[in-house]
Structures are given as structure tokens and as C-alpha cells.
Ligand binder design. Structure first.
Ligand SMILES: [Zn+2]
Length: 120
């Protein structure tokens, strides 16, 4: 029978598991105010997510919607839709990744996080 996992696959899975546990333990609870959209690991655009109006941007077939203090991947041309299922992100450090499209979105906080004004 063919081995499905090599030792290295196992180690990588283990590292991923440890990272998720760590990320869960250190759940960010600070709101972010901007998000970095990356393509191929390179910064494509940094957007302000605290705008009152939502805006969207499509890159590599991935449609990202941002505004109102959050950002999310609305639609993607990928098959697994893991990125879409990542849901709405609003806290610093949260991210959504579309591996097939090589697009990632990560929430940041540039320190200029004025309390969001409540308007109408
Ligand atoms: Zn995807």
C-alpha cells in the first residue's frame, strides 16, 4: 500500500495544528482598522476597513468586500471556498487565505484606531 503521508507531511500537519491551537489561545480581540490584501505573498493593496460604506475589490478571481469595520471574501473562483468560509474578519490578526488563487487578506491595526463614530 502506498504511504499517504510522509514524515514531513506529518510534521507540517503537526506544526499547523500547534499554530491553530496557539492562535486560538491568543485570540486577538483588538479591532483592526485596515487590511492588507496580498497576492503571491506580495502586498497588493491596503484598505481601510472602517469606512462607513462598503467597497469591493476583485483580484485573481477573489472578490473581497470591506467597510463598516470588517472585511470578508464574498466570492471566489476557487473550488474549495475555504476563503469564503473564513467569514467576516474584524479583529487584528485575523486572516482569510485563498490558496488556489494565492490571495490572502489580513487585518492590521496601524495604531490610529480612533473609536468608531456612531452616525445615523
Ligand atoms: Zn478560495
Amino acid at each position: 500500500m502506498k504511504k499517504l503521508f510522509t514524515k514531513w507531511d506529518f510534521i507540517i500537519i503537526l506544526i499547523c495544528l500547534c499554530l491553530s491551537v496557539l492562535l486560538f489561545a491568543l485570540r486577538p480581540n483588538e479591532n483592526g482598522n485596515e487590511a492588507v490584501i496580498r497576492v503571491d505573498g506580495k502586498e497588493y493593496k491596503t484598505v481601510d476597513i472602517n469606512g462607513a460604506d462598503t467597497d469591493e475589490i476583485t483580484v485573481n478571481g477573489v472578490t473581497v468586500v470591506y467597510g463598516g469595520g470588517e472585511i470578508y471574501i464574498k466570492d471566489s473562483s476557487c473550488r474549495d471556498k475555504i476563503c469564503v468560509n473564513a467569514g467576516h474578519l474584524s479583529k487584528k490578526g485575523q486572516s482569510a487565505v485563498c490558496a488556489p488563487s494565492r490571495v490572502s487578506v489580513e487585518i492590521k491595526n496601524n495604531g490610529k484606531n480612533a473609536p468608531r463614530a456612531v452616525t445615523g
